[in-house]
Design a protein around this ligand. Structure first.
Ligand code: CAA
Length: 246
């Protein structure tokens, strides 16, 4: 069945936009959240000009009350959420010995506590309807660690711990829970890494280039599909061969 309702957090970003478009192309109705209304409205208009209709709602995924309000707004606009993509994320890169408590906390809140805040607001409905898809967008750096990212790697590794626990609790209820772990994709977040540092990172990617947002969205579509009902608790690495741990 297509035409389900999807919430993609951080949908206005690089990977988020590609995920919103992929789910829309699969026939689902898609909403995302924003913190900056003007930026989100501009994004919404650009997407509409490209033929994509997306619902935007205010919400800070790092804040529990705001997340509840955000989910209620999606439900009011579209209906109950069947598909949740926990995609919103930030970086505050710095070596750990220089990291202040704010840099730690902001990343943990936005990247990891958000999984509690938003998933908690949709899980009861999924359980009652006996269908759901919850996908965490984690990172290669949650799998291998990264110089300058103790906060980010801790949050991203935590996301998969969340996945494999919720997957067990949800398995009998038609809800699958999976993680997608992208490597370095050509988004604003990666382009913010200093050029000489980035060049060294790209040199470590066997495929020889950054990934594209569509290459991540493809995997999200795979997990969302009805046919993926037996895939749960997985962590799919998509990184051009940069990290091949198993
Ligand atoms: N391994 C070993 N040494 C390293 C290193 C590494 N990977 N990276 C940097 N260093 C060294 C430098 O060579 C330098 O050495 P010298 O002092 O001897 O010259 C030293 O570390 C710099 O250390 P500082 O404490 O001065 O570091 P800094 O405060 O300047 O911070 C940094 C540097 C912010 C970590 C910077 O190197 C950086 O931005 N690195 C990239 C981090 C990164 O990959 N972020 C990913 C963002 S994209 C994303 O997160 C999406 C995703 O999921 C993949």
């Amino acid at each position: 069945m297509s035409n389900r309702i999807a919430l993609v957090t951080g949908g206005t970003g690089g990977i988020g936009t590609a995920i919103c478009r992929k789910l829309s192309q699969m026939g689902h109705r898609v909403a995302t959240n924003y913190r900056d209304e003007a930026k989100a409205k501009k994004w919404q208009q650009e997407q509409a000009a490209a033929g994509f209709q997306f619902t935007i709602v205010a919400g800070d995924v790092g804040d529990a009350d705001s997340s509840i309000t955000m989910v209620k707004a999606v439900e009011a606009a579209l209906g109950p959420v069947d598909i949740l993509i926990n995609n919103a994320g930030i970086t505050r890169d710095t070596t750990f010995h220089k990291m202040d408590a704010m840099q730690w906390q902001e990343v943990i809140n936005t990247n990891l506590t958000s999984c509690y805040n938003v998933t908690r607001a949709v899980i009861d409905g999924m359980r009652a309807r006996k269908w759901g898809r919850v996908i965490q967008i984690s990172s290669i750096n949650g799998q291998k660690g990264q110089y300058g990212q103790a906060n980010y790697a801790a949050a991203k590794a935590g996301m998969h711990g969340f996945t494999i626990s919720l997957a067990q609790e949800s398995a009998k209820l038609g809800i699958t829970v999976n993680t997608v772990s992208p490597g370095y994709v050509g988004t604003d977040m990666v382009m913010a890494v200093p050029e000489e540092v980035r060049a060294k990172i790209v040199a470590q990617i066997p495929v020889g280039r950054l990934g594209s947002p569509d290459e991540i969205a493809y995997a999200v579509g795979f997990f969302v599909a009805e046919e993926a009902a037996w895939i749960t608790g997985a962590n799919l690495s998509i990184n051009g061969g940069h990290y091949m741990g198993w």
